[in-house]
Design a binder for this molecule. Structure first.
Ligand code: ADP
Ligand code: 5GP
Length: 205
């Protein structure tokens, strides 16, 4: 039996916008110093307080399409009307150096990676892959959190709430689900998943 204590983890976290995935993932990155967050490319506008190269690579549609054509993305999707993609090379390099990688991406992106692994492409990622869906306690609470965050235009909030219902349906395809009602409780569960995944027998993957 192989107990894969030291295998790097490719942890994919998805949730409807406002469910709290950024808050929870920031806590993970603070605690698990060997974990690095993949920085995505996006064509959406920078929000106040965001930095190019730290939060996202904010690029033009033209630049995005060039990357897409050149196969630079591990996955890419249109989310709430904007393009988002995970740069492939840094993810593979981090895993090869033994670091855990955290992808905070939408349910389509998570599905693309999951299905590629299932079909046998991305062979090297199979043992590393684990996906977690963060569930908001209710749609009402989701709306409250989006308003509280106060960083999106009201039209953008409407789009995100409209898309939340569809995104919630994809939750059942994830290996783990964590309800983010009380933050401390949700975080306890999320960190337990990281620890459990490091103890998982790779042959069961
Ligand atoms: P996401 O990244 O999923 O869009 P955020 O992490 O930005 O969501 O959280 C949205 C808002 O909700 C933020 O203002 C955050 O502080 C708040 N929040 C996150 N988790 C909780 C929680 N468990 N209870 C109350 N507010 C929360
Ligand atoms: P936001 O614009 O609020 O930062 O992100 C909107 C949505 O896009 C979130 O669900 C976020 O997880 C997702 N997202 C961010 N980066 C990527 C990515 O590289 N690929 C995909 N598929 N989704 C992403």
């Amino acid at each position: 039996m192989t107990i894969a204590k030291d295998k790097p983890l490719l942890m994919v976290v998805s949730a409807p916008s406002g469910a709290g995935k950024t808050t929870l993932c920031d806590l993970l990155l603070k605690e698990f110093q060997h974990m690095t967050r993949s920085i995505s490319c996006t064509t959406r506008e920078k929000r106040p307080g965001e930095t190019h190269g730290r939060d996202y690579y904010f690029i033009t549609l033209q630049e995005y399409e060039k990357c897409l054509q050149r196969g630079k993305f591990l996955e890419s999707a249109v989310v709430h009307g904007h393009h988002y993609g995970t740069p492939r090379a840094p993810v593979l390099a981090a895993l090869a150096s033994g670091r855990d990688v955290l992808l905070v991406i939408d349910v389509q992106g998570a599905g693309i990676i999951r299905n590629c692994i299932k079909k046998g492409s991305h062979k090297g990622l199979k043992a590393a892959f684990a996906d977690v869906f963060i569930v908001p306690p209710s749609v009402g609470e989701l709306k409250k959190r989006l308003l509280k965050r106060g960083k999106d235009h009201p039209d953008e909030i409407r789009t995100r709430l409209k898309n939340a219902a569809r995104e919630m349906k994809a939750g059942r395809f994830f290996r783990y689900m964590v309800v983010n009602d009380r933050l401390e409780q949700a975080y306890k569960q999320l960190r337990a998943i990281v620890i459990a995944e490091h103890c998982r027998n790779v042959k069961s993957a």
